[in-house]
Ligand binder design. Structure first.
Ligand SMILES: [Zn+2]
Length: 239
C-alpha cells in the first residue's frame, strides 16, 4: 500500500461513515438475514407504510433500537474524527454519517450530517419544518408536535424516503480533494455513489473497512475504524 499523503491547508476532506465506525462500540445492525423482531422483518418496520398501518408497533420497534444504543459509548474511531474536525473545522473536515446512533455527536462533533437521521430524536409526521424533539424517556414518543399537534415519529429516514441534506452533501463532494469511506458496505444508494462522485472531481479516495467492498479507492485499509482512524488522524495532525 502506498502511503496516504497528508492533506494540506487547501485540501477539503469529506468523511462518510457507516455501521463499521460504530461496530467497535457494540452497536448492532439490522440489515442481515434473520433480522426478525417479534416476527417482523426489521426492513418492513422501517417504512412509512408500517407507520401508517400500526404506529404503536413501529414505536415499540424503535424503543427497542434506542435502548440498544443508549448504553453504548463512542470508540477511538469516533474520537479521532472529532479531533480532526475540531482541528480543521467543519468546512475542511466535513463529516457525514449513515449511522443513526448519534455517537459522533456524543463524542463531541460540532457538525455532523446525519443523512439517515437519529434514533435519539423524534419529528412531526406532518412536516420537517416542525421542531425536532430529543427522546429522553419513553413518554416522549407519545407526545404530540408542539407546533401543529401532529404525531411524533422517529426522526430516521425510512425505506422509500429521501436521505437528509443531499444537496449539501453533493456540494461538499464536488469541492472535496480527499474522500474517506469508513465502514460502509458501499452498496447502498446513494452513499454508494459518493465515492465515484468524489473520484470524478479528482479526489483521493480512501476506504477503511475490514472487509473492503471495492470501488474507486486509491488507498484501501482492510482494518477496523477504531484502529485505522486514530493512526491516520495522528499523522494528519502531526504536520
Ligand atoms: Zn408538527
Amino acid at each position: 500500500m502506498t502511503e496516504i499523503a497528508r492533506p494540506g491547508p487547501t485540501d477539503r476532506v469529506v468523511i462518510l461513515s457507516g455501521a463499521g465506525l460504530s461496530a467497535a462500540s457494540g452497536v448492532p445492525t439490522f440489515r442481515g438475514p434473520g433480522g426478525l423482531w417479534e416476527g417482523h422483518r426489521a426492513t418492513d418496520l422501517a417504512t412509512p407504510e408500517a407507520w401508517a398501518a400500526d404506529a404503536e408497533l413501529v414505536r415499540r420497534f424503535y424503543d427497542m433500537r434506542r435502548e440498544l444504543v443508549e448504553g453504548v459509548v463512542p470508540n477511538p474511531g469516533h474520537d479521532a474524527l472529532v479531533r480532526l474536525q475540531q482541528a480543521w473545522g467543519p468546512k475542511r473536515c466535513f463529516l457525514v454519517t449513515q449511522n443513526v446512533d448519534g455517537l459522533l455527536g456524543i463524542a463531541g462533533a460540532d457538525e455532523v450530517v446525519e443523512m439517515h437521521g437519529s434514533l435519539r430524536r423524534l419529528k412531526c409526521e406532518r412536516s420537517d419544518a416542525c421542531p425536532r424533539v430529543a427522546v429522553t424517556s419513553l413518554q416522549d414518543r407519545d407526545r404530540a408536535c408542539a407546533d401543529c399537534g401532529g404525531r411524533l415519529r422517529p426522526d430516521v429516514v425510512w425505506f422509500g424516503e429521501m436521505p437528509y441534506a443531499m444537496e449539501t452533501i453533493y456540494s461538499m463532494l464536488a469541492a472535496c480533494t480527499v474522500f474517506v469511506n469508513v465502514g460502509t458496505s458501499g452498496v447502498v444508494y446513494p452513499a454508494a455513489g459518493f465515492s465515484s462522485g468524489a473520484r470524478s472531481v479528482g479526489a483521493v479516495c480512501i476506504e477503511i473497512n475490514p472487509d473492503p467492498a471495492g470501488g474507486p479507492f486509491k488507498h484501501v485499509l482492510a482494518e477496523g475504524a477504531e484502529t485505522a482512524l486514530p493512526r491516520i488522524v495522528d499523522d494528519w495532525l502531526s504536520a
